[in-house]
Design a protein around this ligand. Structure first.
Ligand SMILES: Cc1cc2nc3c(=O)[nH]c(=O)nc-3n(C[C@H](O)[C@H](O)[C@H](O)COP(=O)(O)O)c2cc1C
Length: 199
């Protein structure tokens, strides 16, 4: 059975830096024999978490049901069925985009946090799922890794759904052109990351 790789794209820009890196990584995953699918977060109906914590009250494996009705449950069905995830989002205001954070907050369904308990526990501890993380920023990649919360946010996302991080691609100096094009080196790194995820 070919591996299923699901890409979750939190970039607003079609053809932007993040989308290009994601496309390369997916091409790499397909080269390694995987089936791929992409979900663009700006196109999905995702409501804001209301912090009601109805979903976190009972213990158990996996994710609990959310009281909100929108596109999140079917997206999380895809997440749960995937062998690998590519989590991609550019840096906006020193962290991942708002649409990505809205998605992240809804991952509370993977937590056990009854009233009276100080902090949540992840319900999922071990799965065979792997994740590759992709982000981009106007500042150089090294500064972006240190001074923004993007990698941390994407790592949290992977952890919440039970995925182990296989690798991270951070593309810096990405805010210079209206119509950017990845360098050959950046394309190569993205492709290699996708191949590794699907291996
Ligand atoms: C509203 C907004 C906020 C941004 N905030 C930051 C930031 O805090 N730090 C940074 O390095 N780049 C920032 N950027 C630049 C983007 O991270 C960069 O252009 C990125 O490559 C965009 O990705 P995309 O091509 O996938 O849209 C910001 C861009 C916008 C439009």
């Amino acid at each position: 059975m070919p591996k299923k790789i699901l890409a979750i794209n939190g970039s607003y820009r079609r053809g932007g830096v993040t989308a290009q890196a994601l496309a390369e990584a997916l091409a790499g995953a397909r080269e390694a024999g995987a089936e791929t699918e992409t979900v663009d977060l700006p196109e999905i109906d995702i409501k804001f978490c209301t912090n009601c914590r109805a979903c976190t009250q009972t213990p158990g494996e996996g994710r609990a049901a959310c009281v909100l009705e929108d596109g999140m449950a079917s997206l999380l069905d895809k997440v749960d069925a995937a062998d690998g995830l590519i989590l991609a989002a550019p840096v906006n205001c020193f962290n991942v985009t708002a649409v990505t954070r809205r998605f992240m907050e809804r991952l509370v369904v993977y937590g056990y946090w009854p009233w009276g308990m100080a902090a949540p526990k992840y319900r999922i501890t071990v799965t065979g799922k792997k994740a590759a993380l992709i982000t981009s920023s106007a500042m150089p990649a090294l500064l972006g890794r240190v001074f923004t919360g993007a990698v941390r946010a994407l790592k949290y996302t992977a952890r919440a759904v039970g995925a182990k991080v296989e690798g991270t691609l951070f593309i810096g100096l990405a805010g210079m052109k209206e119509h950017p094009e990845l360098t050959a080196a950046e394309k190569g790194k993205a492709r290699a990351l996708g191949r590794r995820l699907a291996a």
